[in-house]
Design a binder for this molecule. Structure first.
Ligand code: ADP
Ligand code: ZN
Ligand code: ZN
Length: 734
């Protein structure tokens, strides 16, 4: 009987996002399975390309003689598992992505490229006795050495360390007294970590663990104030899973920024923890992937892409700081890790813990609606109190003629802590020296030549575009009017660092931002220096806002809370509340009380006043009313269609055409509104002009698919010139 396969080819072309039928040659039919990676002839030239078997069947009612045949089956076992197939389907529906895009997140490039296990030749004892003319002391000695320690040595080790001769070794090999074999070399980090001993849970923590393990709903929102010991709760759950031979996955917003998490987990559970993130080399990724697939490790810590690992017997997923934006992918498939975890839970029955001191509005809404179980930790461990927060009105400082970056209060508090030898964290969510550079005479602003963005001045003398990376030396003259009155406006972390050093010359200051952490391990170095008490003040961007647990930090200063407040985005209040609470939560985690001073030009804003009182519920109640009245998530969906092109005129024309068709399609639907087409807030990035159409309201996924089809159909001819991106409930609208 003939066998046919429905396959997806590994190509980015839009038109190939469907299953193609191929004939399975007889030689492959006994071994081929759904999920196998294969090679097939494709297109007019019949070039062989990579593909995946999505379906196998015996009846085909088309013209068989026209079918092409599969040319190769690549691996012994299928790479895509049965569970993966439903996940691919889920992502296609929910994130409007192509088959191949969904497959690519499930099978990372290192595996796709056929990167193989790295091995080295080792020599082992075969267990045979020395006989005849081999029965001599030098051979005996060699066998003694090799048979010890279960006898696995490389040849060079035997020669260099144990002084065996090459002749002796080859004689023994010849006579099968010893044999040579391939041993797998693991390319994983096996550094030792300081032991992080387990703690007796306090009542609240124990209750939380019990509530989670006993919960009927497998989705848990663990809402615990900063310093309430959420990590200890996670660890307890992991131990429970290990005892039941189940695998746990701990997700963190960004691996590089959470050395403490890895440190603690490795310190508790030993080296046998897999760490998975995008900075691994292909080889490392390959090894970890198979270690996990084979069930050799039962605990994985990773960034969002780790959610797609091929877990064996998954029991627990923890999403730490579940409100963080990094859990949403900005590339296709534009998945949200929270949703993938929920899907996995439905599939496998695993428990998902969403942990945060400041849950996303979406998750808290879900918990209140009863679609998730809410478990709370309301107190800090050791009953240390939450830090006292104060909001400082910077307009008053100005009217008191204080033009510096520091309010009088913050300045005095820093001085006080320095005297007491306590540590300080100062937060400013903007890197570089100044925010923009402008001519005082004619108003010219130095903009990136490739983007619609003002360039940032850095102390190395360069103007840098933070969107495309373009950098050039700062001129001292205005290019427009040649005046010398070029001035720097706004402040970033570089300026902050300089100002602090000027005001407090004896303080030891560290700065942590993208610019100081480019080198491998530089982040860890700064972190360790501060942790070991070899610095007094840590200055930084949002990099310092999460995860840091230093008992000697008693003061956190926020230079200006207004940066995130003023973002043109419906999530800006939520982000501000979260950011301020998180960064403030770094203070007072030890026995000494902590203080947080937040400077703002908008001190009455509700994000700040609720953050000040540590009143998440109050903030939520006000915010959710706004979301409802404005028709924003979680009450409604947003579909953002983003189009970009080098050709501004064609782009605009095309967007207007699309807008017209979409509005026409939705004209009888009074549940949704179409906003735009209009230029994006940032109108040009990297020479690409940007326009958008926004669909907002109460709609089902089927409507989104409808719109997607219209967009693709109308864009067929311009597909090579205009880039299209569609996102449902995007992270931001710029
Ligand atoms: P969170 O993530 O909730 O902000 P952490 O997990 O970082 O808090 O815990 C804060 C601190 O409390 C850590 O230093 C941790 O070691 C300590 N801790 C947690 N649980 C306990 C406990 N039961 N007994 C003693 N110390 C604890
Ligand atoms: Zn000028
Ligand atoms: Zn640029």
């Amino acid at each position: 009987m003939s066998l046919f396969a429905g396959v997806v080819v590994n190509s980015d072309a839009l038109k190939v996002d469907k299953l193609f039928t191929y004939e399975v040659p007889d030689k492959f039919s006994p071994l081929i399975q759904k999920g196998h990676r294969i090679r097939v002839p494709f297109g007019k030239g019949n070039k062989t390309i990579e593909a995946f078997v999505m379906d196998l069947y015996t009846d085909y009612n088309g013209n068989i003689s026209k079918l092409k045949a599969i040319s190769e089956v690549c691996d012994e076992n299928p790479l895509i598992t049965e569970d993966d197939f439903s996940l691919i389907q889920f992502m296609r529906e929910k994130y409007l992505c192509k088959y191949i895009e969904a497959i690519r997140v499930l099978i990372p490039t290192g595996i796709m490229k056929g990167n193989r296990i790295k091995t080295k030749k080792v020599i082992c004892y075969a267990g045979a006795q020395l006989q005849g003319n081999l029965n001599k002391p030098n051979y005996k000695n060699a066998v003694d050495i090799i048979s010890e320690n279960s006898g696995i040595f490389t040849k060079s080790e035997l020669m260099d360390k144990f002084k065996l001769s090459a002749y002796t070794i080859s004689k023994l090999l010849e006579n099968n007294i010893i044999f040579s074999d391939d041993e797998q070399v693991n390319r994983i980090n096996t550094r030792n970590y300081e032991i992080y001993s387990s703690k007796d849970l306090n009542m609240e923590q124990q209750n939380a663990v019990n509530a989670i393990l006993g919960s009927k709903s497998k989705l848990i929102l663990l809402k615990g104030v900063t310093g309430s010991g959420k990590t200890e709760v996670y660890m307890n759950l992991v131990s429970h899973m290990l005892n039941n031979h189940k695998t746990s996955l701990i997700l963190v917003p960004e691996i590089a920024l959470t050395p403490q998490m890895i440190e603690r987990f490795k310190g508790r559970f030993g080296k046998n923890v897999a760490v998975f993130h995008s900075r691994l080399s292909d080889g490392e990724r390959f090894d970890e992937w198979f270690r996990i697939k084979n069930g050799d490790v039962r605990l994985v810590i990773g960034a969002r892409s780790a959610i797609f690992l091929p877990f064996d017997n998954l029991g627990l997923i923890v999403i730490d700081e579940e409100h963080e934006g990094t859990y949403k992918s900005e590339q296709n498939p534009k998945y949200h890790t929270r949703e993938i975890a929920e899907f996995k839970s439905r599939l496998t029955g695993c428990t998902v813990v969403y942990g945060s001191a400041t849950p996303s509005i979406e998750s808290y809404f879900k918990a209140l609606e009863g679609n998730m179980k809410l478990v709370e930790l309301k107190n800090r461990v050791d009953s240390s109190s939450l830090p006292k927060m104060e909001v400082i009105d910077m307009r008053e400082e100005l009217s008191n003629n204080n033009k510096s970056m520091f309010s009088k209060k913050l300045y005095e508090a820093i001085q006080d802590r320095l005297e007491k030898k306590e540590q300080i964290i100062i937060f400013l969510n903007r890197r570089g020296y100044s925010t923009f550079v402008s001519c005082r005479k004619c108003g010219y602003v130095f903009k990136c030549p490739h983007c619609d963005i003002a360039m940032t001045y850095h102390t190395n003398g360069y103007l840098v575009c933070h969107y495309c990376g373009t950098a050039h030396r700062q001129q001292s003259e205005c290019p427009s009017c040649s005046s010398k009155y070029v001035k720097y406006f706004g402040a970033g972390t570089e300026k902050l660092e300089i100002e602090i050093k000027k005001l407090f010359p004896r303080a030891r200051v560290l700065r942590m931002d993208v610019d100081t952490t480019r080198k491998k391990n530089s982040h860890e170095e700064i972190y360790n220096t501060f942790k070991n008490g070899n610095a007094d003040i840590l200055v930084g961007t949002q990099m310092i806002s999460k995860g840091l647990d230093f008992p000697n930090v008693t003061l956190v200063g926020v230079i200006t809370a207004d940066i995130s407040l003023n973002l043109p985005d419906f999530r800006s209040s939520e982000r501000t509340y979260q950011l301020i609470t998180q960064v403030g939560g770094r203070a007072g985690r030890g026995s000494k009380e902590g203080n947080v001073l937040v400077q703002s030009y908008n001190p009455e804003h509700y994000s700040l006043s609720y953050a000040k009182n540590n009143d998440y519920e109050g903030f939520y109640e006000q915010e959710i009313v706004l979301r409802k009245s404005m028709n924003y998530p979680p009450y409604a969906n947003i579909m953002l269609i983003n189009l970009s092109s080098k050709n501004q005129v064609d782009l605009q024309k095309h967007c207007e055409k699309l807008g017209y068709s979409i509005k026409n399609e939705l004209k009888d639907n009074n549940q949704v509104e179409v906003l735009g087409p209009c230029p994006c807030i940032i109108q040009k990035i990297n020479e690409m002009y940007r326009w958008q159409i926004l669909i907002k309201g109460n709609f089902e996924l089927s409507l989104a698919h409808n719109i997607k089809d219209i967009v693709y159909e109308l864009s067929n001819e311009v597909y090579n010139d205009i880039r299209i991106s569609m996102d449902i409930n995007p992270n931001n609208l710029v």
